[in-house]
Design a protein around this ligand. Structure first.
Ligand code: DC
Length: 225
């Protein structure tokens, strides 16, 4: 399957930036699967649903309508593109994404979106579960400190993250609190039973810690079959 390029990796590995640029260079569509989990988390928060209660989550999943229009994402008609980028939704999305009912509900949606044309799809399980048959699969990584620095820069500019919280109750947004959040999410995303984040032998591994965006994209282009 040559129409689909998958890019998996942990938070702050640069998947989003790289995938978008790669898609632009190749004239492919871009699918950010993390945004789907964030959209579900947004609805869970809006409905004040218990993210641990799978029956309640199923009710939400039965009714939710998620659409992309260009680079905007809508949940039941509401543009949530900015609201889903907070640290709070990041944490909640990691929590709900560990639930098999949530993964099952988003599976077909991702397959359908991915099969519509040529697409760069990025997330945690795009090369293992969503498109295991893709010929071009990449695993993007970076050192935890660099990932925390990137995420911090991204969050710093967002006003809503003034309310950033960590599990320790620290509400300051610092590189240290962001690193702590990332560690917690990495652990949950890679140790869950249901399609955990993992690198398989058929993925090309790229460590972007000391590489520029252009250098990472060039490496990917070099490896394309
Ligand atoms: O990439 P991101 O930070 O926007 O993803 C948010 C969360 O969604 C992440 O912590 C785990 C989950 N996720 C997932 O489980 N599988 C994917 N393919 C993409 C994201």
């Amino acid at each position: 399957m040559k129409n689909v390029i998958t890019i998996d990796g942990p938070s702050g590995s640069g998947k989003g930036t790289i995938s978008k640029l790669l898609a632009l260079k190749l004239g492919y569509d871009y699918l950010d699967t993390g945004a789907l989990y964030r959209a579900v988390a947004w609805k869970v928060r809006e409905k004040k649903t218990d993210p641990e209660n799978e029956e309640d989550l199923k009710k939400i999943l039965g009714n939710i309508k998620i659409n992309f229009k260009g680079d905007r994402i809508f949940v039941d008609g509401t543009d949530v593109s900015s609201d889903i980028r907070t640290a709070e939704i990041g944490e909640l999305s990691s929590q709900v994404s560990a639930k098999p009912a949530v993964r099952a509900a988003l599976f077909s949606l991702q397959r359908e979106m991915g099969l519509q044309g040529k697409v760069v799809i990025e997330g945690r399980d795009t090369g293992t579960v969503i498109f295991p048959e893709a010929e071009n699969k990449f695993y993007l990584d970076a050192g935890i400190e660099e990932r925390a620095r990137r995420r911090y820069e991204e969050l710093k500019d967002r006003a809503q993250n003034i309310e950033h919280r960590t599990q320790t109750g620290n509400n300051m947004l610092t590189i240290e609190t962001v690193m702590e959040d990332i560690r917690k999410r990495d652990l949950r995303d890679s140790s869950r039973e249901s399609s955990p984040l993992m690198k398989t032998d058929d993925m090309v591994y790229i460590d972007s810690t000391h590489l520029s965006i252009e250098e990472v994209v060039a490496k990917i282009l070099d490896h394309l079959k």
